[in-house]
Design a protein around this ligand. Structure first.
Ligand code: GAP
Length: 453
């Protein structure tokens, strides 16, 4: 059967990610660990750029948000109070024919008859809840008292530390606590590359407010988050806001939006923005017996704050960036013949490597030493890559394929051999347009910094 263009595109993306060192299957040489992924040298840079930019706009550029970094191992009482021990489950179905374990929503229904999507078998078990949390033991004793969980979301440690952070930060409502970190879910069927993983990272903000501010802040954060995605280069046309209907929303939420993205495998959630009322703090207050109330100096009232939560996935954002950036166009090869060029059109802010520096020839010492001088001079400002091997056209292509937005070539003009006026200038090439301009070496850092900030 012919694969659809979207399926082919996804295959090319997965293969590029492996070939160029963005993302590898975890434990690859042992056959892979399902639902777990390792980020290679370029993937880790891309991921860091996403997290750093999120932190910049959500924490550093605001007066009303502070950060934290909580433990992954979590006390069972925390997750009992939050409802995860009792209710954090997906309905699961087993196929008795091929032994596949399926999420109930994957089962196909034809004329009222349930079928396995793998083998078409009709002998399926009834759906039963499957808790998605990873449980572990802490310490030497292996009994009930030693149970701990790997956190299924970063949010809970924010709620649990609310009072401590309120005291040390001396913030007034509304204010937020932000966190980026790993979360773990024993997904029944991890799939679509990194989209549904068992180990992933979240970027979460819990923005505490007065009850009457909740609905307005829900709108505010939805808009802020859409701006974030546009500012990292995700096209607005591919982003969609779904208003989660009453029957799908958590019972305590007064309003939830899903920000969705058009992946090659369909429109899927990137982030949830939820108005969670005072549910989480009230639950922890009840279960711990410790007051999590806020005292309003102006009105002299004491109450449990409400919260609006924009909760984004790092891995899904990285995947959306790669899927959106992947493109193929035509460019001339060394002999002027047109060939297919693979380009990752990352926004320069997100690109793993910002600038590649090339001496025109590797066996001309003055070219090489000038190029290395430029690398050392740019390095404090950005992630730079030096490459001297192969024809210059091939070197450009290698950088296009990993999304490097700028290339600097040191040639004989740089040495002033052809025209003294061009001494200490270089060719600056832009990845998407392939346009070249001549710039002075002394201006390079400021020109490039302005374009990547
Ligand atoms: N604190 C709220 C919360 O965790 P969620 O909708 O379950 O809400 C938030 O998760 C975000 O975390 C999702 O929008 C998604 O980006 C990411 N995420 C959730 N499960 C994931 C998984 N299995 N693999 C990758 N990312 C996931």
């Amino acid at each position: 059967m012919n694969k659809s263009p979207d399926a082919q595109r996804m295959e090319k993306i997965v293969s590029l990610c492996k070939r160029r060192g963005f993302i590898f299957q975890s434990s690859d040489i042992y056959g892979g660990l399902s639902g777990c992924w390792d980020y290679g040298p370029l993937g880790v840079e891309l991921k860091r750029n996403v997290k750093n930019y999120w932190w910049r706009v959500m924490v550093h550029e605001r007066d009303d948000v502070v950060g934290m970094d909580g433990a992954i191992l979590t006390h069972p009482e925390v997750l009992k109070a939050s409802g995860h021990v009792e209710g954090f489950s997906d309905p699961m179905v087993d196929c008795r024919t091929c032994k596949a374990r399926l999420r109930a929503d994957q089962v196909i229904e034809k004329k009222g008859i349930r079928q396995c999507p793998n083998c078409g078998g009709r002998d399926l078990t009834e759906a039963r809840p499957f808790n998605l949390m990873f449980q572990t033991q802490m310490g030497a004793a292996a009994d009930e008292s030693s149970i701990a969980y790997l956190r299924p979301e970063t949010a809970q440690s924010i709620f649990v530390q609310f009072k401590n952070i309120l005291e040390v930060s001396r913030k007034k409502l509304p204010f937020g606590i932000a966190q980026i970190g790993k979360a773990f879910r024993n997904e029944i069927n991890p799939r679509n590359f990194t989209f549904r993983s068992r180990e992933f990272e979240q970027m979460e903000l819990e923005y505490f407010c007065r009850p009457e501010e909740g609905m307005e802040l829900l709108e505010y954060w939805k808009e802020e988050r859409l701006k974030f995605y546009e500012n990292i280069g995700i096209s607005r046309d591919r982003l969609h806001v779904k208003t989660v209907p009453d029957e799908e929303r958590a019972f305590y939420s007064k309003g939830t939006y899903d920000i969705e993205y058009d992946f090659p495998f369909g429109r899927q959630e990137l982030e949830g923005v939820a108005y969670r009322t005072d549910y989480d703090l009230s639950q922890h207050q009840k279960a711990s017996g410790k007051s999590l109330e806020y005292f309003d100096e102006e009105t002299k009232q004491r109450f449990v704050p409400h919260v609006v939560e924009p909760s984004a996935g790092v891995d899904r954002t990285v995947l959306a960036l790669i899927c959106g950036a992947y493109s193929e166009d035509e460019a001339p090869d060394e002999k002027g013949k047109m060939e297919t060029r693979i380009v990752l059109r990352f926004h320069p802010r997100m690109a793993p490597i910002k600038c590649a520096v090339f001496p025109l020839l590797k066996n001309k010492e003055p070219l090489v030493s000038k190029a290395q001088e430029i690398v050392n001079f740019l390095r404090p400002h950005m992630n730079v890559f030096y490459d001297e091997s192969g024809a210059i056209g091939r070197r450009y292509r290698r950088q296009d394929e990993i999304g490097t937005p700028f290339g600097v070539t040191v040639d004989f003009e740089t040495l002033g051999e052809k025209d003294a006026a061009l001494r200490d200038t270089v060719t600056l090439r832009e990845r998407d347009s392939m346009k070249q301009e001549r710039v002075a070496i002394k201006d390079l850092a400021s020109i490039l910094s302005a374009r990547i900030s």
